[in-house]
Design a protein around this ligand. Structure first.
Ligand code: BTN
Length: 270
């Protein structure tokens, strides 16, 4: 990729590495110019480091949830973290909600005070998508170790590809104002250290705590929603999450709790 003056400072692996180390976390950091997808790379590669972070200037096949494309222009914020775990991935149920809250905390620290999570894991500002999360896992080896990959994309400064996104979206350039855009390596380092804190601690416990203060992050709070579960549609008012991270919907038949695996949620008037 050829650099020009309109582009932000190139990603810097040392900055990301040092930020993590200053918080007590040892992370192997790789910065690539171009990759198909940082998630695919970390899922497929043979990596022995317990924690590995891959950030890329550009993805050619950036992937979103439910088979969607994640448009990854040059000089975006696209990175993934891989955790090699000796335990079952079930301990990480609901992690996407914690990552959403982490992203909001980090972005609010940059002045994006209205960053909220649309369950299960989109980060929105006034209804427009700013960031997305793709969590994937696989088991490996004789001991059935778990490879957990958390991929994060934050719209930084979109170009013409903004037109291709099939939902309302925004970027840090619009929200922070030109000249005040954060350094991408500093932002990635900040998000990474927050994520490391959560993953290294008690995830189910953190989810219980988050459920009690979900209103601080809940983009759906009290809105009418329609949840699609297989061929069924559930209508009602979003009523927060339970301690397992399930979405609570207040329906005519009472509270209905839905998990993230098979549900799409849309405001009824969409
Ligand atoms: C979504 O909102 O649908 C999830 C988007 C996740 C995008 C990130 S960018 C870094 C990582 N690599 C990918 O291919 N996807 C995730």
């Amino acid at each position: 990729m050829t650099w020009n003056d309109n582009m932000p400072t190139p990603l810097n692996s040392s900055l990301i590495f040092e930020r993590c180390r200053s918080e007590g976390f040892e992370v192997e950091v790789e910065v690539l110019d171009t990759v198909d997808s940082t998630n695919s790379r970390l899922l497929e590669a043979d990596i022995s480091s317990p924690v590995f972070l891959c950030a890329a200037e550009r993805q050619t096949v950036g992937r979103g949830r439910r088979g969607k494309v994640w448009y990854s222009p040059e000089s975006g914020v696209t990175f993934s973290m891989r955790f090699n775990l000796s335990e079952s991935v079930s301990r990480f149920n609901g992690l996407s909600l914690l990552v959403g809250a982490i992203l909001c905390d980090s972005l609010r620290g940059l002045g994006v005070v209205d960053a909220m999570v649309k369950w299960p894991n989109d980060v929105l500002v006034h209804g427009s998508k700013l960031a997305g999360i793709l969590i994937e896992s696989r088991t490996t080896g004789l001991n059935k170790e778990t490879v957990l990959v958390v991929g994060i994309g934050v719209n930084y400064k979109r170009g013409k590809e903004a037109r291709l996104i099939d939902q309302a979206s925004t970027d840090l350039d619009a929200l922070c104002g030109s000249g005040e855009l954060p350094d991408r390596s500093v932002l990635i380092g900040d998000i990474a250290t927050r994520l490391l804190s959560v993953v290294s601690e008690d995830v189910p416990g953190a989810l219980i705590q988050l459920s009690a203060r979900w209103q601080e992050y809940d983009a759906l709070n009290g809105t009418w929603v329609m949840a699609k579960v297989a061929s069924e549609c559930i209508h009602g008012r979003a009523a927060g999450i339970d301690t397992n991270g399930n979405l609570r919907i207040d329906t005519a038949d009472g509270i209905c709790c839905l998990n993230s695996a098979d549900v799409s949620v849309r405001p009824e008037n969409d």
